[in-house]
Design a protein around this ligand. Structure first.
Ligand code: SF4
Ligand code: SF4
Length: 153
């Protein structure tokens, strides 16, 4: 069943990017899956050392770095753009600007697409594409269309 407008608004920022899929989003799928993997691995540290010799697989020497990164992904970091300032795009102007313009998403603003986002070239391109698509098919349908795609593509 298609999710409603308010639910989708908690997932997508005013730029249209899906905070719910961001690695930093507490409660997002990357965060949840990282916590699950951490739990499933348990005390793998001592086994990783053993597997280097038992399996003659030097890849297990990399476990400490992998674990450090997994711990990082499994930490609470951000409640999403609708609730706090973005931790990743520090130059973002969209959140405060959309509040001033009183729009939920940039495509609802008469100035879209504007030069006021503060985004780099990559993010700007995505912002334009996402908003054009939301404008065409609606916010809820856009969410449904993309909800199972990876955020980083
Ligand atoms: S506000 Fe920024 S850091 Fe936070 S979840 Fe959204 S994209 Fe990620
Ligand atoms: S001026 Fe630009 S950043 Fe601000 S709400 Fe409109 S389209 Fe978005």
């Amino acid at each position: 069943m298609e999710k409603d407008y308010e639910f989708v608004k908690q997932q997508l920022g005013p730029c249209g990017v899906n905070c719910g899929k961001c690695f930093a989003f507490s409660g997002g799928n990357i965060y949840d899956l990282s916590k699950q993997l951490k739990k499933a691995l348990g005390n793998f540290d001592i086994y990783a050392k053993r597997f280097v010799e038992l399996l003659e697989e030097p890849v297990f020497l990399k476990y400490p770095e992998f674990k450090e990164f997994l711990d990082y992904l499994a930490e609470q970091k951000c409640k999403g753009c609708r609730n706090e300032r973005c931790k990743l795009s520090k130059t973002c102007q969209v959140r405060s600007c959309s509040e001033k313009k009183n729009v939920d998403y940039c495509f609802q603003c008469e100035e879209f697409p504007c030069a006021n986002t503060g985004f780099d070239e990559h993010l700007y391109k995505r912002y334009v594409e996402i908003n054009m698509r939301m404008k065409k098919i609606g916010v809820e349908a856009y969410y449904e269309e993309t909800k199972n795609l990876p955020r980083y593509r």
